[in-house]
Design a protein around this ligand. Structure first.
Ligand SMILES: NC(=O)c1ccc[n+]([C@@H]2O[C@H](COP(=O)([O-])OP(=O)(O)OC[C@H]3O[C@@H](n4cnc5c(N)ncnc54)[C@H](OP(=O)(O)O)[C@@H]3O)[C@@H](O)[C@H]2O)c1
Length: 330
């Protein structure tokens, strides 16, 4: 069976699902409905998540992060998430909870009447394994999760942990990591592959050298950091642009413009920030350890921001980042 078809089947299944993202701080993540398409000129699956007016089909809620690594806590969070309908789990090697997530799923899927094929797992290569250790790192992720395959695997960071940002080995190492991911993708162990925290230059570099195009790029995105250039590179190549830190790590919920728009449309500031992203076709991964906020953050598909509100929010763009910055990584 053609690999694109296999991936499409998987992602079409995912389109029906509510989604959970789990990482170092376990997150329940708000994701907009999934739209799936294959571009004829891109030999891999391309997908994007978008609200109904952008062709999405459903309104899955998401989950925020909890600082959960212990097996018991991961199990509790996964159980609650599965019960609530979440089906998409995001972890990473450096979050050190891949094994706990895999064990929790194996234990809990039957309880919820689900199988491996019913869930979608994202994980990421540890920045310390960039380069020649990439195969070992990715195989370690596969073995830790122990779920047969990983639906989406990302290079977590364009640099190599412990290496100077200006070190010319950084591009060599990430290129080697990508070749490794391509190999595991060809073997069907990684159903789709992508990158995280890449700048436009890193992504352009990858597009020039890769055999398999990245399906997804996961990066910081919110009204103060609109990533206009990166989004147009993604559009050019058909790479799904996925946002993290959509709430500016919680800081942006008190921004006066966000608060005023929220008051006018009788929504919470967090919903306004998340809606701003998904209304532009960008999936979001808000993090909350508060159950009420988890529910609140999911209610973003039953209202629309006016064009002028979207523009007012976008005008807050000042290039401010709340998370790590890869712009100096050569
Ligand atoms: N690939 C990467 O390198 C990378 C890097 C960073 C993040 N991420 C992903 O992106 C996800 C989210 O990003 P983030 O953790 O940086 O931050 P974020 O989602 O922008 O903000 C999280 C903060 O906002 C607060 N919050 C959540 N919902 C709220 C609401 N409705 N009202 C008020 N405050 C609210 C949370 O506090 P409470 O918990 O108290 O609600 C938390 O302090 C992470 O879970 C992670 O999966 C990926």
């Amino acid at each position: 069976m053609h690999e694109s078809f296999i991936n499409l089947t998987l992602l079409l299944k995912l389109a029906k699902f509510k989604c959970i993202y789990i990482n170092s701080e376990i997150s329940l993540t708000v994701l907009s409905p999934l739209k799936v398409c294959i571009k004829q000129d891109v030999p891999h699956l391309h997908y994007s998540l978008c609200p109904p007016e952008h062709g999405g089909s459903d309104a899955p809620p998401g989950f925020g992060d909890l600082q959960v690594v212990s097996p018991e806590d991961v199990c509790l969070a996964v159980d609650a998430a599965l019960l609530a309908g979440y089906r998409h789990f995001d972890t990473a090697a450096c979050y050190q909870n891949e094994a706990e997530l895999g064990r929790a799923l194996k234990k809990l899927l039957p309880k919820h009447g689900l199988t491996r094929e019913d869930v979608f797992i994202t994980s990421k290569l540890d920045p310390k394994d960039q380069g020649e250790k990439a195969m070992e790192g990715a195989l370690q992720s596969l073995s830790q999760l122990d779920l047969g395959y990983i639906d989406l695997y990302l290079i977590h960071w364009p640099g190599t942990q412990g290496m100077d940002e200006a070190d010319q080995l950084n591009p060599v190492n990430r290129a080697q990591s990508w070749v490794t991911l391509e190999e595991l993708h060809a073997q069907g162990k990684l159903k789709a592959i992508g990158v995280s925290n890449y700048t436009p230059a890193h992504l352009e570099e990858l597009m020039q050298s890769c055999k398999t195009h990245p399906a997804v790029i996961q990066v910081e995105f919110h009204p103060q950091f609109c990533q206009t250039e990166l989004r147009s590179v993604c559009e050019k190549y058909g790479v799904c642009f996925e946002a993290y830190s959509s709430l500016g790590k919680g800081v942006l919920v008190t921004d006066p413009v966000v608060m005023e728009i929220a008051k006018n449309c009788e929504r919470t500031p967090a919903q306004v920030l998340l809606r701003w992203a998904v209304q532009q076709g960008v999936p979001v991964l808000p993090k909350s350890s508060n159950p009420d906020r988890v529910k609140d953050n999911a209610r973003i598909f039953d209202f629309t921001l006016s064009d002028s509100d979207v523009d007012r929010l976008s005008a807050l763009d000042c290039g401010h980042k709340y998370c790590w910055d890869a712009s100096q990584v050569v």
